[in-house]
Structures are given as structure tokens and as C-alpha cells.
Design a protein around this ligand. Structure first.
Ligand code: HEC
Ligand code: HEC
Ligand code: HEC
Ligand code: HEC
Ligand code: HEC
Length: 391
């Protein structure tokens, strides 16, 4: 049995339904008070008079629990876990990733059929211990991405790749805009959101096909990186979720992950190779968003404004005064998408929805940004060569 399998068995043994056990934030999983084997011969047990020193009892889950409890996986108050509170239950379409109970239901780890959430799924769940420490996880051998690509998995990756894959893909955009003229606004089109924390989508790159891919272009596949850092938990401590920087220094010379760079050329036209590759990706993402705005202003004649704090993020500014239009006290969603603005905005959002894009797959992020910039440069009359960008 794998380490994880053993841990899982132990956890399950002492906490038949760890989901329920930890849901309230009370997390005691170890059987520190189990009777000693000699106790069997004692006819009756005197109550202990103390002193009681629970701190001296070694509960080996202690650190894992404390680390996990401080992480965002355990933050029941966050939007990601409280969004459905008023509904009384979590919708099946959302439950797989927004509660351990929904995750187990989707994968059939609760004895129900796999591949579907049979629900109903209670509100109040988080990414609990039983999401990752689950003997059934080892039987999951593949995960289907939103693009339809089926990716083989082993061990705990089955969990990370289920929830951090996003909800839509370039193929979703392709289907929505098929056959439509590139620069004609179409009121039927709505922004297609890749969803959030889409690390696995970035990581699998062109092979996972999360982005909108342009015809005739090749895309870098999965970022294999280097052997010791080839899976989610080789960089992320599984309970704190933090990236441990020390191990990076065996191969990289840098002050922080943000500063890491291998590339000797500049991708963003700045010529500056003394900064991390993150800087190039961020600069090209900023340039792309600026070009999307210029395109909606000058070519489409229906300006868009991006506001990352509220869904659906892209809003109308019909009079071009730089402020989001309001109707009945609510911001007006942008509904003048053209196929070109929709596909470039999708790629922009996909890349920026992953704050770790530079470590998960810098090549793929740069390619999606470059191709989208090139896509817009044509109607904008921008000479892409003069920008000095690299793909
Ligand atoms: C494939 C997994 C997956 C599915 C399915 C999914 N989500 Fe999410 N969602 C996530 C992840 C991962 C995050 C965490 C992003 C973060 O806060 O870092 C998230 C975050 C959110 C947030 C918080 C966003 C914010 O700004 O903090 C909302 C709201 C949300 N999802 C709504 C939904 C709804 C509604 C559905 C169903 C219609 C849904 N999700 C289905 C994975 C998923
Ligand atoms: C997001 C997935 C995930 C969640 C949630 C999670 N764990 Fe873990 N846990 C792991 C992984 C991955 C390992 C490393 C296993 C290995 O080395 O094979 C691990 C290791 C452990 C270990 C071994 C010691 C250590 O810290 O490495 C213990 C004990 C443990 N987890 C307990 C818990 C408990 C208790 C909870 C809930 C409070 C929990 N875990 C929640 C993924 C998770
Ligand atoms: C059941 C779905 C689910 C599983 C399984 C899952 N996550 Fe998450 N993860 C989420 C959600 C939802 C959030 C956002 C939580 C929030 O906003 O409070 C998140 C947040 C994160 C974060 C962001 C932490 C931060 O500070 O914002 C990291 C990193 C992460 N997960 C890594 C992983 C890794 C690595 C694994 C696999 C070992 C994993 N997750 C498994 C749903 C999941
Ligand atoms: C090479 C190391 C590495 C690998 C492998 C890796 N990550 Fe990351 N990840 C990072 C770095 C660096 C960041 C940037 C944030 C930071 O520094 O904490 C990050 C950020 C994230 C975030 C966003 C955290 C936030 O602050 O919102 C999530 C979610 C995440 N990773 C999940 C994953 C998942 C899931 C996998 C596996 C598919 C994975 N990561 C693989 C290094 C890595
Ligand atoms: C065993 C050696 C090794 C370790 C450890 C390692 N890396 Fe790397 N890293 C590489 C190699 C080799 C490349 C180039 C891979 C490629 O482009 O195919 C790379 C590339 C990168 C890049 C892209 C740089 C660029 O200019 O394209 C980033 C960012 C990065 N690593 C971050 C990290 C982080 C963060 C960690 C620690 C969590 C880490 N690496 C640990 C070997 C390593």
C-alpha cells in the first residue's frame, strides 16, 4: 500500500466520515486515548485524577491538521465554499470542486455511481482530509479535462487535477464563434469564463488544450520541468498549499519564485532579462488587455471595461467615459462581443486566472498571449514585428 494509502486507511479507521468530522472546524482525528493492551485484565477503571497534559500527547496528525486548517482549502467562510449557503445545498454542477462531499460523490468514492454528482450536497463543506486521504483515490486512473482530453493520473494528483482544471476550454469558445464573422458584434455571445485557480489547465499546456488555439500554430505541451518538481505536491506543501522555495535553489539562482528566469531572450519587447520570466508574462498580459480595449473602442465601437472583482468581469461603457454603465443600480454586462474579442479575452483570462502560470507552464502562457496579441494587431493596424515580442 502507498504511504498515502496507509494514511488514508488510518484516517478512515478513526474517522469513518472525516468530511463530517472536520466540517465544523473541529479536528481531532487520533485515538490518543485508546486503552492500553494491559487494561483488559483490569476489572474496573478508576477515573484518572490528573494532571491532564494533552500537549504532551503526541498526535501525529497535529501538524497536518494545523497546517491544513490555516490554508484556503479549510476556509469555510470564503466565497468558494459559502457561495451556496442561501440555497441550502450545493448545485450538482458546482459540488465536485466546492466540497469534499461533492468530490467523493462525483468520483463514486461514496458508493454512488462515478462521473456524476447524485447529490444533494450539503453546504458548509470544504476540501477536507477525506478528499485527498481516500483509499478510493488510487483507483482513479484518469481525469477528463474541459477540452475533453483524458489525462492519466496516479495518486493524489487525481484530486488536484479534478478541481484545478477550470470549467471551459478553447473548444468551448470555438463552438460558440464557429462560422461567425470575426469582427461583427453578436448579441448572442457572452463572455466565456475559464473559472478560477486553473493551475492544472496551464500545467498540461497545449496537450491539455485549455486555451483557444489558433489554426496552424503549435503549442508547448505539458511542462515537464525537471524530475524532482514534476507534480503538484513536489512544489506545494499539501496542507499549507504554500510553495517551498528552498528546493528551487538547488537548480535556480533567485530571491523568490517570481524572480526565476532561464530564458536568455526577452519575450515582452523590454530587452530586460534580469527579471523573472513572470515579468514577461505579466507585461504581455497587460499589453493584450490594453489591445482588447483598443479593439472594442476603435474597431467595434462598443468599449469594454474589465473589473476583476465582479462576475462576469467585462462590462459595458457605451458612452466611452471610462466608467461602467449602470442600470437599476447594477453594472451592465458587456454584450458586444465579436469572435475576435471573445477568443482573445478568453485566453487573457485563462492565463491570468492562474497566478502560478510562470511556474506551471511559462511557454504555453507566452504562446497564448502572443497569438492573441497577433490576432488583434491586424484589425488595429499594429505592426507586430515592431513590438519586438517573442512567441
Ligand atoms: C472543476 C472544478 C470546479 C467546478 C465544477 C466549479 N468550480 Fe467554482 N471554483 C473552483 C476553484 C478551484 C475555485 C477557487 C479559486 C480561488 O479562489 O482560488 C473556484 C472558485 C469559485 C468562486 C469564488 C470566486 C472568487 O472570486 O473567489 C465562485 C463564486 C465559484 N467558484 C462558483 C462556481 C459555480 C457557481 C459553479 C457551478 C456552476 C462552480 N464554481 C463550479 C473550481 C470549480
Ligand atoms: C489537498 C489534499 C490533502 C488534504 C486536503 C489533506 N492532505 Fe494530508 N497529505 C496529503 C499529501 C499529498 C500528503 C503526502 C503523502 C505522501 O507523502 O505520500 C499528505 C500527508 C499527510 C500526513 C503525513 C505527514 C505529513 O504531514 O506529511 C498526515 C498525518 C496527513 N496528511 C493528515 C491529514 C489530515 C488530518 C488532513 C485534514 C485535516 C489532511 N491530511 C488533509 C494531501 C492532503
Ligand atoms: C475538492 C476540490 C479541490 C481539490 C481536490 C483540491 N483543491 Fe486546491 N483549491 C480548491 C478550492 C475551492 C480552492 C480555493 C479555496 C478558497 O478560496 O478558500 C483551492 C485553493 C488552492 C490553492 C490556493 C491557495 C491560496 O493561498 O489561495 C492551491 C495552491 C491549491 N488549492 C492546490 C491544490 C493542490 C496541490 C491539490 C492536490 C493535492 C488541491 N489543491 C486539491 C479546490 C480543490
Ligand atoms: C514548479 C513548481 C510548481 C508546480 C509543479 C506546481 N505549482 Fe502551483 N504554483 C507554483 C508557484 C511558484 C506559484 C505562484 C504562487 C506562489 O509563489 O505561492 C503557484 C501557484 C499556484 C496556485 C495559485 C495560488 C494562489 O496564490 O492563488 C494554485 C491554485 C496552484 N499553484 C496549484 C497547483 C496545482 C494544482 C499543481 C499541479 C497541477 C501545481 N500548482 C503545480 C509552483 C508550482
Ligand atoms: C531539478 C532542478 C529544478 C528544480 C528543483 C526547480 N527547477 Fe525550475 N526549472 C528547471 C529547468 C531545467 C527549467 C527549464 C525547463 C524548460 O524550459 O523546459 C526550469 C524552468 C523554470 C521556470 C521558467 C523559467 C524560464 O525562464 O522559462 C520557472 C518559473 C521555474 N523553473 C520555477 C521553479 C520553482 C518555483 C521551483 C521550486 C518550487 C523550481 N523551478 C525548481 C529546473 C528546476
Amino acid at each position: 500500500m502507498s504511504t498515502l494509502g496507509r494514511i488514508a486507511a488510518r484516517l478512515l479507521a478513526c474517522a469513518a466520515t472525516s468530511g463530517a468530522l472536520f466540517a465544523g472546524g473541529v479536528a481531532y482525528a487520533q485515538t490518543a486515548s485508546e486503552p492500553e493492551s494491559g487494561d483488559a485484565s483490569v476489572p474496573f477503571a478508576l477515573p484518572k485524577s490528573g494532571p491532564f497534559t494533552p500537549a504532551d500527547i503526541n498526535i501525529d496528525n497535529d501538524k497536518a491538521i494545523a497546517d491544513w486548517f490555516r490554508s484556503s482549502h479549510a476556509n469555510a467562510a470564503s466565497e468558494a465554499f459559502s457561495h451556496w449557503d442561501d440555497d441550502g445545498e450545493i448545485r450538482a454542477a458546482c459540488a465536485t470542486c466546492h466540497s469534499g462531499e461533492g468530490f467523493r460523490d462525483f468520483h463514486g468514492l461514496d458508493g454512488t455511481p462515478a462521473g456524476v454528482v447524485d447529490g444533494p450536497i450539503n453546504t458548509g463543506g470544504v476540501v477536507d482530509c477525506g478528499t485527498c486521504h481516500n483509499a478510493g483515490l488510487s483507483e482513479i486512473t484518469e481525469i477528463t479535462m474541459p477540452s475533453g482530453v483524458v489525462h492519466p493520473v496516479t495518486g493524489v494528483e487525481a484530486s488536484c487535477l479534478t478541481c484545478h482544471q477550470g470549467r471551459t476550454a478553447g473548444t468551448t469558445v470555438e463552438a460558440a464563434i464557429a462560422g461567425l464573422p470575426a469582427d461583427e458584434p453578436n448579441p448572442e455571445l457572452r463572455f466565456i469564463n475559464p473559472h478560477y485557480a486553473t493551475a492544472a489547465a496551464t500545467w498540461l499546456g497545449g496537450y491539455g488544450a485549455a486555451g483557444y488555439h489558433y489554426e496552424g500554430q503549435d503549442y508547448s505541451g505539458r511542462f515537464f520541468h525537471a524530475r524532482p518538481v514534476a507534480s503538484c505536491n513536489s512544489c506545494h506543501e499539501p496542507h499549507t498549499l504554500e510553495v517551498e522555495f528552498e528546493p528551487c535553489l538547488t537548480c535556480h539562482l533567485a530571491d523568490s519564485p517570481d524572480d526565476i528566469r532561464i530564458a536568455r531572450q526577452s519575450y515582452d519587447g523590454s530587452g530586460n532579462t534580469s527579471v523573472g520570466i513572470k515579468s514577461d508574462i505579466d507585461a504581455n498580459a497587460d499589453r493584450l488587455l490594453a489591445m482588447i480595449r483598443a479593439y472594442t473602442d476603435d474597431v467595434v465601437g462598443s468599449p469594454v471595461i474589465y473589473d476583476g472583482t465582479r462576475y462576469p468581469y467585462f462590462f459595458a461603457d457605451a458612452n466611452g467615459d471610462g466608467a461602467i454603465d449602470m442600470a437599476d443600480g447594477r453594472p451592465v454586462a458587456y454584450v458586444a462581443w465579436t469572435p475576435r474579442s471573445l477568443r482573445t479575452a478568453f485566453n487573457w483570462k485563462l492565463v491570468t486566472a492562474d497566478p502560478g502560470n510562470f511556474a506551471h507552464n511559462p511557454h504555453y502562457a507566452l504562446e497564448l498571449l502572443y497569438d492573441s496579441i497577433e490576432d488583434l494587431s491586424d484589425p488595429l493596424g499594429v505592426d507586430i514585428e515592431a513590438l519586438d515580442l517573442l512567441r
